[in-house]
Design a protein around this ligand. Structure first.
Ligand code: ATR
Length: 272
């Protein structure tokens, strides 16, 4: 039995053990996947102890995503650009690091929701870690435009330097979106956990647009309510992203691709 775990603090609400357990059962992989509450001042020591006990890989969640980047011997491009890590693989003394959140998001949008990003106008709200992780996987699908809007416009503009190769990237504040419309609008701010709407100008949603909140399990978030009020009918939360990023990690560790559809169905919470 190969050992894996998710590490975070707090960790009680993590769905990862259930998701990976379902993948393991469906693919016949003999693994154990547990949840570890890492002490706030003891992330590195906890990971080292896990490796010493034969651990093969870990998912990493709040608040350790940056520390996981720091302990990596081999951060992959996805982790370097996001500046954060959500999956580790331990192999022969090396610590490989990835961030599968962005790829999970893109796979969910295209494969599960059936929305191709090629040629589309995509708006990402927020300029934190979630946005950093999403830009490259989205850019790889060749959208017409990727706009990043943020409350603190300078933080969005700061992304320009790191993603200079991507000419389709536009950055700024929400007021600069006036008069523009988007086919796919993503909420990568932390407002899914609050009551705050975003200061999106009227008309930002194109007819037939997809509104997607990256948060999972919060029902109709303020952002999704706002989209619905603007006439958007295609609404999604981050359940598919959660399961798809897990599938990427599972395949990276085990070399087997699990079927995500039944697992997404199991964890879907109605958007009401
Ligand atoms: P994550 O790593 O999950 O992306 P983060 O780095 O803390 O989280 O970023 C949170 C994002 O949510 C930021 O873009 C933040 O905007 P600021 O950079 O202006 O702080 C955004 N955010 C949080 N609360 C917000 C609110 N009430 N309205 C608009 N944006 C908000």
């Amino acid at each position: 039995t190969d050992r894996y775990a998710v590490i975070g603090n707090p960790i009680g609400h993590s769905k990862s053990p259930l998701i990976h357990g379902a993948f393991a059962q469906a693919t016949g992989q003999d693994i154990e996947y547990t949840a570890i509450e890492g002490p706030l001042d003891g992330f590195k020591a906890t990971v080292e102890a896990f490796i010493a006990n034969g651990g093969r890989g870990m998912n990493v969640t709040i608040p350790f995503k940056l520390q996981a980047f720091e302990i990596a011997t081999d951060p992959m491009e996805s982790a370097r650009l996001a500046g954060a890590v959500n999956a580790l693989k331990f192999e022969g003394g090396r610590i490989w690091a990835q961030n599968f959140d962005g790829l999970g998001l893109v796979n969910d949008i295209q494969r599960n929701l059936g929305v191709s990003l090629a040629g589309k106008r995509v708006l990402i709200c927020g300029a934190g870690g979630a946005t950093r992780g999403a830009i490259l996987p989205i850019a790889a699908q060749k959208p017409a435009v990727i706009a990043v809007a943020n409350r603190t416009a300078a933080k969005a503009q700061g992304l320009k330097a790191d993603f200079a190769a991507h000419k389709a990237l536009q950055t700024g504040g929400y007021d600069e979106l006036a008069g523009e419309t988007f086919d796919v609008v993503l909420n990568a701010t932390s407002t899914g956990l609050s009551k705050d709407e975003l200061p999106l100008p009227a008309g930002v949603f194109a007819p037939g647009a997809l509104a997607y909140d990256l948060v999972y399990g919060k029902g109709l978030t303020p952002f999704l309510k706002q989209a619905q009020a603007a006439g958007v009918t295609q609404l999604a939360d981050g359940v598919g992203m959660l399961v798809e990023q897990a599938a990427e990690a599972f395949e990276w560790w085990r070399g087997v691709r699990p079927d995500t559809k039944p697992v997404i169905a199991r964890f879907t919470i109605p958007l009401v």
